[in-house]
Design a protein around this ligand. Structure first.
Ligand code: SF4
Length: 191
């Protein structure tokens, strides 16, 4: 729930254990390249807000990566406004909602973008790698997930991955939102 908070120092571990693949891919891209393109920044900022990262920590987190590839002044000028904006602190002061699966799946990421839904937008070999990075332990599991992908049912593929990466737990929700994936995972893991 929104009353939960998450901390910057936990993000790497959370991304491995409880992020859905769309968010995990953006997190890992950000860590590797210290940058994300516009659509991915937006999707990931809103997800983190929904997951309970405070505005102050969001600013620190993005700044710490971006300043590895740009001047602090450039970050402050071009990016800090957008982060505050997405937290509803600038412009219309609308508190923007994190994107749901439909919205993410209906976006049209370019070839260089880390945004979008990997089950719909990623190339098969990249997707396999991403799925296997969840440590699922059977070829059958990968096959089951890929069957949903190949029959163009990305949400069911994601839900299947959730089940496989939380062994012993059934899935008692109909997936429609990355923040829901995250919350359900945290509930299972932290009991
Ligand atoms: Fe993210 Fe939803 Fe796609 Fe899963 S199905 S990767 S939660 S957009």
């Amino acid at each position: 729930t929104s009353s939960n908070t998450i901390r910057i120092e936990d993000l790497d571990e959370l991304s491995k254990k409880s992020y859905p693949p769309c968010m995990r891919r953006m997190h890992e891209t950000l860590r590797a390249k210290h940058h994300l393109r516009h659509a991915a920044r937006l999707q990931y900022t809103l997800f983190l807000k929904g997951a309970g990262l405070s505005l102050e920590d969001a600013m620190k987190f993005w700044r710490s990566e971006f300043v590895k590839v740009m001047a602090v002044e450039k970050f402050e000028k071009e990016h800090s406004y957008n982060i505050r904006y997405n937290y509803g602190k600038e412009g219309k002061r609308c508190n923007y909602a994190p994107y749901g699966c439909n919205k993410i799946m209906n976006s049209q990421p370019g070839p260089e973008d880390a945004s979008g839904c990997p089950f719909k937008h990623s190339k098969p070999q990249e997707l396999r790698k991403l799925i296997l990075s969840y440590g699922i332990d059977s070829n059958q599991g990968l096959k089951d997930v890929m069957e949903y992908v190949n029959s163009q049912q990305p949400v069911l593929a994601c839900q299947k991955l959730f089940v496989l990466s939380h062994p012993g737990k059934g899935v008692e929700f109909g997936l429609c939102h990355p923040n829901q994936y995250f919350t359900e995972s945290r509930t299972i893991i932290t009991g």
